[in-house]
Write a protein that binds this ligand. Structure first.
Ligand SMILES: NC(=O)c1ccc[n+]([C@@H]2O[C@H](COP(=O)([O-])OP(=O)(O)OC[C@H]3O[C@@H](n4cnc5c(N)ncnc54)[C@H](O)[C@@H]3O)[C@@H](O)[C@H]2O)c1
Length: 438
């Protein structure tokens, strides 16, 4: 049994308080709004949510759940504080951290007079760096104590959906805990023992970011489905059948595939098919702003790749991989061809190695395409990785051919690797690689 104070009796804080009390913990719910405090003291829920009234009534009756507006008392009588205050938008869209700042000051002030170790857990959604740059300094200043030494700090984002939030408390998609100390993370994880979900212990910044990635992706899914729905409507096609077939594909569609940060897409299908679909939408007078943004965003990624190379201010470049993905000689709309052409145009001394394309030049169906369409690139191709390493001041990894895995072992002092495809992350070799999304 833990003694927990929960700050903020909104959707997140109320559900958290009621469910943690039901799990046998002693919970003190805190809010500056005394009306909400009185409602909970009366055994009722301050928000409308399935099953919540009953849970709160049970908690208050058993004494497991109490409510107060007194933050000092709440901190002194608990060992962990969950911060669940709002984090709304400012007028310009930036994050309003004022509630968070106030509650951090309240908790910090209370910690000043407390001898026992206390852990502050942020459950509000906050941008990466907010805990480190806003919450911790205020807690330290108000408490005259040191985070990570005298008290613990952790980030534990909430993934519940309103209207199903009690169910989601017990069945979240995952539990993510970012903490200064592993022992604090362990302590928080114990609270979720009754919850069956993957448990991820990580850094505070990653835990902060994960929540924004989730919500941005959920928002993207909704507008994507709506735009597809609008195009289908204009074509007289049943969008629900289309999207349910789309969702049945758990190999390429609803899956981790295509969700690794790295370089631009290319090849013979994605660019031309996105182009055709957005052209068709335009012909039908259907606005598809998200679909329209795909190709410009992809183009931007090529520009970022180019910038990562040129900012190193070296002239001799060796590119490993020319086709848009390993194991194919298809170089139609390969972003690496565009990248290479930009480098050549800027006067860089480029060599390229791609086993599949070298083979195609000897005998494959793409021989003519390579010689006719990109002779200026074909003549820069070499036949061994070692020739790239001998030539280059910067080695660029352009696709995930398995033979590029160990290229770091071939490097001489002073040579750098620009890793466009995230190979370093897979090999845990970030120290010798400049990544595209590092
Ligand atoms: N609502 C959701 O479905 C949901 C889901 C996941 C994450 N979140 C995140 O959780 C956080 C809380 O969201 P919410 O919808 O529960 O907010 P909310 O606005 O419903 O409730 C916030 C509560 O905090 C109280 N509060 C403000 N300052 C306080 C202080 N100093 N001390 C004590 N209480 C204080 C307010 O009076 C209010 O009752 C936000 O960061 C939100 O983005 C919300």
């Amino acid at each position: 049994m833990s003694r927990i104070s929960v700050f903020g009796l909104g959707y997140v804080g109320t559900v958290c308080s009621a469910c943690l009390a039901k799990e046998g913990h002693l919970v003190i719910a805190v809010d500056v709004n005394t009306e909400k405090v009185d409602i909970v003291r009366g055994g009722r829920s301050p928000i409308i949510e399935k099953d919540l009234d009953r849970l709160i009534a049970d908690g208050v009756e058993s004494g497991a759940l109490t409510a107060t507006a007194d933050s000092l008392e709440a901190v002194l009588k608990s060992d962990l504080s969950f911060i669940c205050v709002g984090s709304p938008s400012n007028g310009n869209g930036s994050l309003d951290t004022s509630y968070l700042e106030r509650v951090s000051r309240d908790i910090g002030t209370a910690l000043r007079g407390k001898d026992r170790y206390h852990v502050v857990v942020i459950r509000s959604t906050v941008l990466p760096g907010t805990v480190g740059k806003t919450v911790i300094p205020i807690l330290e200043q108000a408490s005259h104590k040191k985070a990570g030494v005298d008290f613990g700090v952790a980030m534990n984002p909430e993934f519940m959906r309103e209207s199903d939030s009690v169910y989601d408390f017990y069945n979240p998609p995952k539990t993510v805990i970012g903490a200064l100390h592993a022992s604090d993370a362990d302590r928080i994880a114990e609270l979720f023992e009754g919850v069956s979900a993957p448990l991820i212990k990580t850094s505070i910044e990653i835990a902060e970011m994960v929540k924004y990635v989730d919500n941005a992706f959920h928002a993207l899914k909704v507008v994507f489905a709506n735009e597809i729905g609008n195009v289908c409507d204009a074509l007289g096609i049943d969008a629900h059948i289309v999207m349910s077939i789309f969702c049945m594909d758990t190999k390429l569609n609803i899956s981790p595939y295509y969700l690794k940060p790295g370089f631009a897409f290319g090849g013979s299908c994605l660019p031309k098919d996105v182009r055709a679909l957005t052209y068709e939408a335009k012909r039908l007078d259907v606005d598809t702003p998200v679909l329209n943004a795909i190709l410009p965003s992809n183009q931007h990624q090529i520009a970022i790749g180019l910038q990562r190379i040129t900012m190193l201010q070296r002239k001799k470049i060796g590119i490993l991989g020319l086709s848009f993905k390993a194991g194919t000689d298809d170089i139609r709309e390969s972003p690496l061809v565009e990248l290479t052409e930009s480098l050549i145009g800027k006067g860089y001394d480029v060599r390229i190695y791609d086993r599949s394309i070298s083979l195609a030049r000897l005998c494959g169906g793409n021989k003519e395409y390579v010689e006719r369409k990109i002779p200026h690139i074909a003549r820069l191709m070499v036949s061994r990785i070692e020739e790239i390493v001998d030539h280059a001041e910067i080695v660029v990894i352009g696709n995930k051919a398995p033979e590029f895995d160990d290229v770091a072992d071939l490097l001489k002092p002073g040579q750098e690797v620009v890793d466009l495809v995230g190979l370093a992350a897979e090999r845990n070799a970030e120290e010798v690689y400049v990544g595209l999304s590092a």
